[in-house]
Write a protein that binds this ligand. Structure first.
Ligand code: MLT
Length: 322
């Protein structure tokens, strides 16, 4: 039976299933100093979300002589907080749960677009201050507008379906996909997506290639007028990873009107501290909760339990990232 560290929380039912199977589960968030001191070396497996950063240094310290650590589970999709090549060099298997939160993130993305176009967060803020802004808060419909998807993986495809059913024309850029539905307008150049769309949704990984991909130059290319001729302004949503949207460029674009709204679930620094965005009417945000639903966390927990059980039974789950 194994010792499993769960450092950023996991569904209660999943923890119970592991304990009922005889494993010991320690739910504890460790500081960076504890991680660098090698606290994970005494566990067989660790399950993280995004808050625990398993850098090469942490992985090295967890892999000293006598270390038992052989499995890193990412309860979610993004693995930018795990140094996979350091894990591979130290013989540690890395697994994630790529499909379990798709529906939740799709719904959150569409929710942010509608909240943006109809000023829902801004209306709530002023209502609480006792201001009845009925005239000032005229919004626009998302129907009849163009949505540009940066990245066309599982979540983006779900957003594309939902947006098309709401009457949006869908464009996308993803140099890594081979095929896509013919009703999605694919572009070879990301700039063409910005030139074609009043609404942009970010769905790529954070990498050197995508850091600050959404910046002053590209926001400046957005048309501000929908296909239906409505002066709807430009709108950007990101529920992908902080750092893809250049937050200071986006704040400037909100200030000068090039961007009408920006909705972020993910930030360059999390938790978000003092940010100029917080004083801007056109901005609203959420604290990295796009995958935080009962349903998604339940599915993530179930998948993670299967991966862990397979690891303890066979030494290698049938799906892994290395
Ligand atoms: C993910 O990559 O799965 C999401 O960002 C959710 C999370 O980290 O909690």
């Amino acid at each position: 039976m194994g010792r499993i560290a769960v450092t950023d929380g996991m569904d209660d039912q999943a923890i119970m299933t592991l304990e009922n199977a005889g494993h010991e589960v320690a739910s504890n968030h460790y500081s960076i100093d504890e991680l660098l001191d090698g606290v994970l070396a005494e566990f067989d497996a660790v399950v993280v979300r995004s808050a625990t950063k398993l850098s090469a240094d942490v992985i090295e310290s967890s892999s000293s002589d006598g270390s038992k650590l052989g499995f890193i589970g990412r309860a979610g999709v993004g693995v930018d907080n795990i140094d996979i090549s350091a894990a591979t060099q130290n013989g540690i298997i890395v697994c994630n749960t790529p499909g379990a939160s798709t529906r939740s993130v799709v719904e959150m993305t569409i929710g942010h677009f509608i909240a943006s176009a109809r000023n829902i967060a801004r209306a709530d803020r002023s209502l609480r201050e006792g201001i009845w802004e009925k005239k000032a808060l005229k919004g626009t419909e998302i129907a009849g507008k163009s949505l540009g998807l940066i990245g066309l993986g599982r979540i983006a495809r779900g957003v594309a379906d939902a947006a098309a059913s709401l009457g949006m024309d869908v464009h996308a850029y993803d140099p890594y996909v081979q095929s896509s539905p013919d009703w999605i307008n694919m572009h070879d150049d990301v700039d063409d997506v910005f030139r074609s769309c009043t609404h942009i949704s970010v769905h790529c990984n954070l990498s050197d290639e995508t850091r600050h991909l959404v910046n002053t130059t590209r926001i400046g290319m957005m048309p501000g007028v929908g296909n239906d001729g409505t002066e709807c302004g430009n709108h950007i949503v990101s529920c992908a990873r902080g750092g893809i949207v250049d937050e200071s460029d986006a704040a400037m674009a909100l200030e000068n009107g090039q961007l009408r709204t920006l909705a972020l679930d993910v930030f360059e620094t999390e938790p978000l501290g003092d940010s100029p965005l917080l004083s801007m009417d056109g901005f609203h945000g959420s604290p990295h909760i796009a995958a935080s639903t009962l349903e998604a966390q339940g599915r993530i927990g179930t998948e993670m339990v299967s991966l862990l059980m397979e690891y303890f039974e066979t030494g290698r789950p049938s799906t892994s990232l290395n």
